[in-house]
Ligand binder design. Structure first.
Ligand SMILES: NC(=O)c1ccc[n+]([C@@H]2O[C@H](COP(=O)([O-])OP(=O)(O)OC[C@H]3O[C@@H](n4cnc5c(N)ncnc54)[C@H](OP(=O)(O)O)[C@@H]3O)[C@@H](O)[C@H]2O)c1
Length: 305
């Protein structure tokens, strides 16, 4: 292993990847990348390269974090669905083959997955141990993604799927479209308003990556979410407060579905009830830097987080 700590980020150009690169570098790590394009400054590989080239990037590094995947913010037509699935499964498979070729592979491989893998839950939190997986396209993608990770034969590398909740951070993250609606006065309850909202601040996602890497006793999927789960009615109240909007018109589910067609996205982000409980992180003593949604939203809106 090299003397400086080296991490390989796959899918580093996205919302989470850009934040991770900056934070790893701030913490003194060397960052290498695998992605659609090569990087000029450090060893890197692209998905077009052969397994040996990807293995050379991974060789002697400490940690692999795979974030690659085509954005899910689009209409789920046949073409987009195939790209969403393929971009996750094929990149995970390529990394698996490359890790297997390494003489000194990374000791930990954290692969993005999603809290959406659990069912639409209004009756109770879904933990890693007894949560029930759901049905439908997004769940099928998450299952196939995790199955590909599971199938990789990497005896020297601990593999963990991170079941990540909706990530908030500088610029708003996945919640930005909701904040935009609130600014337009449409920040009332969405659909029934009772659907749960599970989230994580990107800084806590970064810290949980370091935490899980350090805690070699953690095995199997890890839910990466804040324990402060709220319902949509409460979420929208907090969003209005954060962005200084006094009132918010509620939108029924049928209108959201119509609007989603017009802006070429899906309503799943706001209508699915995501009740994810980060049981493994809590049991292992993980401490959140942003445990409260209201506070996190205020800081994001002010541009201080
Ligand atoms: N943001 C969230 O709320 C959230 C929640 C749960 C799970 N996740 C998962 O976490 C991962 C990172 O999320 P993010 O918000 O950072 O996503 P993002 O901003 O869309 O970035 C994903 C990255 O994946 C790579 N990519 C895009 N299209 C690709 C394709 N067709 N084939 C291969 N690679 C492709 C790109 O990196 P390169 O340009 O470097 O190749 C892109 O920057 C994703 O897999 C996402 O599903 C995100």
């Amino acid at each position: 292993m090299s003397s400086t700590r080296t991490v390989v980020l796959a899918g580093a150009s996205g919302f989470i990847g850009r934040y991770f690169r900056a934070r790893f570098e701030q913490d003194g790590w060397t960052v290498r990348t695998v992605g659609r394009k090569g990087a000029k400054s450090s060893p890197s590989a692209t998905w077009e390269d052969d397994d040996g080239a990807i293995a050379r990037v991974l060789e002697g590094t400490e940690l692999l974090v795979n974030l690659a995947g085509r954005s899910v913010s689009c209409r789920y037509n046949g073409r987009n669905k195939a790209a969403i699935l393929q971009s996750r499964v094929s990149t995970t498979a390529a990394l698996g083959r490359a890790v297997a070729l390494c003489r000194q592979p990374p000791s930990t491989w954290l692969n993005a997955s999603t809290g959406t893998i659990y069912r639409h839950a209004t009756d109770g939190p879904q933990t890693e141990q007894d949560g029930e997986l759901g049905t439908g396209f997004s769940v099928d993608v998450a299952r196939a993604w995790e199955a590909e990770l599971e199938a990789a034969v990497t005896p020297g590398t601990r593999k963990i799927p991170l079941r990540i909740a909706i990530v908030l951070g500088p610029g708003g993250g996945a919640l930005q479209p909701v904040a935009n609606l609130a600014r337009l006065g449409l920040g009332g309850r969405m659909g029934p308003g009772t659907q749960k909202f599970s989230w994580i601040h990107v800084e806590d996602l970064y810290r949980s990556v370091l935490f899980v890497h350090a805690r070699k006793d953690i095995v199997g999927p890890v839910n990466v979410s804040s324990p402060d789960v709220v319902d949509n009615r409460e979420l929208m109240r907090m969003v209005r407060r954060a962005y200084g909007v006094r009132f918010g018109i509620s939108t029924p589910a049928w209108l959201l579905r119509l609007g989603a067609i017009l802006i070429r996205t899906e309503t799943e982000l706001v209508l699915k009830s995501r009740w994810v409980q980060p049981q493994k992180l809590l049991n292992s003593g993980f401490v959140y830097s942003q445990p409260e949604l209201g506070r996190a939203l205020l800081q994001i809106a002010k541009g201080t987080s």
